[in-house]
Write a protein that binds this ligand. Sequence first.
Ligand code: PMT
Length: 401
Amino acid sequence: MGSLLNTNILLGVTGGIAAYKTPDLVRKLKAKGANVRVVLTQSAKEFVSPLSLQAVSGNSVSDDLLDPAAEAAMGHIELAKWADLLIIAPATANTIAKLAHGLADDLLTTLVLATTAPVHIAPAMNQQMWHATATQDNLAILGRRGVTIIAPDQGEQACGDVGPGRMPEPQDIADRLDELPAQGLLQGVKVVITAGPTREHIDPVRYMSNHSSGKMGYAVASAAQQMGASVVLVSGPVNLPPPSGVTVQKVTTAEEMLAAVMAETQDCDIFIGCAAVADYRPSQVVDQKIKKSNTELTLTFVKNPDILTSVAALPRPPFTVGFAAETQNVAQYAKDKLARKKLDLIAANDVSRQDIGFNSEQNALTLYWANGEKQLDKASKSQIAMQLMASITQQYHQKKQ
Ligand code: PMT
């Protein structure tokens, strides 16, 4: 039995052919020890009967935001608060679009806005609809907000097309949810995370920076928050909304990031350095804009402080996690950094790949610690963040024992 034991799961079912699999999904979730309540959209009722879902879940099924009788039994806000986890399976392209844009025109979409529980969606649709730019953009928006996307399976579809878009089998979905780090595992734990790039000023109009978007660090902050931690995110300049429930401190330069981190890590339990901190800064910031009078311009740089090393060197250091962004000899350089910076764990990121790493929606990492390693295969940054936090939490609790 994994993390679903005694978990309150709200299952949202939308109108796709895969809805016929949901009574089985309810059974599989209950077999893991979860309590399940089901919410159907109006079109879902064309594909699966509310009565069968009521029978297998053992609870009445809700389908209407404006039903006084249902509201009198368990109102939508109560239902949103009851849930420890919300899973929408199958999630149609239409519902995904509504969620991405914050619409709340039925019970299910209202519940998504009203709940603080982690939200997972298992999209299911025609392969062309799955590939559509609008769908992929909407999924990216949801991923950035911390929604976990359970990728569809490939194969023959009800319409005869072949490709991605089939809802994974109920057993696979239940197993995946059961492997999630249990809610509350980081209750009472303070986690400080850095994210994004730093900018190092050259003159009043120019700076030196890098391609970090902050997506990975923001996803890690969201995952830690979902596990019950109190999270401070020290963020370089990025274009992302603050993850819900996380305290964000905005900084620009490496020196500002160091100051914010050192103030926050005095009483912190876990520190995760995900930011792409500039290793060097111009040795002086020129007061006036540099004019292009010469054919060549020479700048000199000085080394920036190493934030991760400074945290690990504290008299009572937190459990300290670094990232290693490398383009070659990834494993060896990451292991070197683990030892040299006296870290508890390091996440090696192969940034020579165009499909992962800097500024992409997906990532893949290899984790190394003193006597172990773990491969996190390519997945959305929110999924990778969840898996990373699960490993960090396990190692953190082991070290504390
Ligand atoms: O932001 P995204 O677009 O989502 O991209 C994610 C990412 C690729 C930036 C992220 O996954 C990642 O790999 N972050 C580490 C980037 C980095 O600077 O790696 P590094 O190998 O140069 O540094 C090693 C470690 O030391 C890192 O934890 C870094 O935060 C830390 N460091 C580096 C220099 C410095 N002066 N101070 C530091 O704390």
